[in-house]
Design a protein around this ligand. Structure first.
Ligand code: F6R
Ligand code: MN
Length: 188
């Protein structure tokens, strides 16, 4: 269903922060990310209420509508669980062929991309980089810097989010701090 467009939505282009009555917001804390990091014991020993990322989104049509677009921004805080950088849960789109754009606003990170056969690669993120995430490709972002990593996103309103496959099998690699630098470490 088409919802009346809201012209009072705005985005601060310096920070990515959105404002407007219809902007939704969710926060993911360490408690929400159980089982996501390699070192589950390290995650459990950290303050569970600590925010790892915050997502703002603008959804001018209902979720599931074919032909619409959603807009969002993610603020991924700096930090590590053991040697693994703070990261998003990661997902495939439920409708597998749905693509997405990410655009980095601030900070430094790695976009982890995995095809359905498990092959995994990285795209480095820095202010201004534009990332086209093709369909059939799971995506997750790790903050490899010491400041908040913020990125804009635009995706089809019927894409949907499938977190199950990633929760069960993970990606083909993890972005870890190795000798003081980020590296993609293949998952055994
Ligand atoms: C939407 C999208 C992003 C992520 C956000 C949080 O399709 O890819 O808006 O939803 O960066 O990551 P997840 O959803 O993996 O927790
Ligand atoms: Mn997505």
């Amino acid at each position: 269903m088409e919802i009346e467009p809201d012209c009072s939505i705005s985005v601060n282009l310096a920070s990515g922060l959105m404002s407007g009555r219809r902007v939704g917001e969710i926060v993911r804390t360490l408690a929400d990310l159980a089982g996501i990091f390699a070192d589950e014991q390290a995650r459990r020993s950290m303050p569970q209420e600590q925010p790892v990322y915050r997502v703002q989104s603008y959804t001018p049509v209902e979720e599931g509508v074919n032909g619409g677009l959603f807009w969002g921004v993610t603020f991924l805080y700096p930090g590590r669980v053991g040697d693994e950088y703070f990261m998003t849960k990661g997902h495939f789109h439920t409708i597998r062929n749905r693509a997405e754009y990410y655009v980095t606003v601030n900070g430094f990170g790695a976009l982890i991309l995995m095809e359905e056969d498990g092959s995994t690669r990285l795209d480095w993120m820095m202010p201004g980089t534009v990332h086209y995430i093709p369909g059939h490709t799971a995506h997750r972002v790790a903050n490899t810097g010491s400041t908040t990593l913020s990125f804009l996103a635009c995706w089809p309103s019927d894409a949907g989010h499938d977190y199950g496959v990633i929760a069960e099998h993970g990606f083909g690699g993890r972005v870890m701090c190795v000798n003081n630098a980020p590296a993609l470490v293949p998952q055994s």
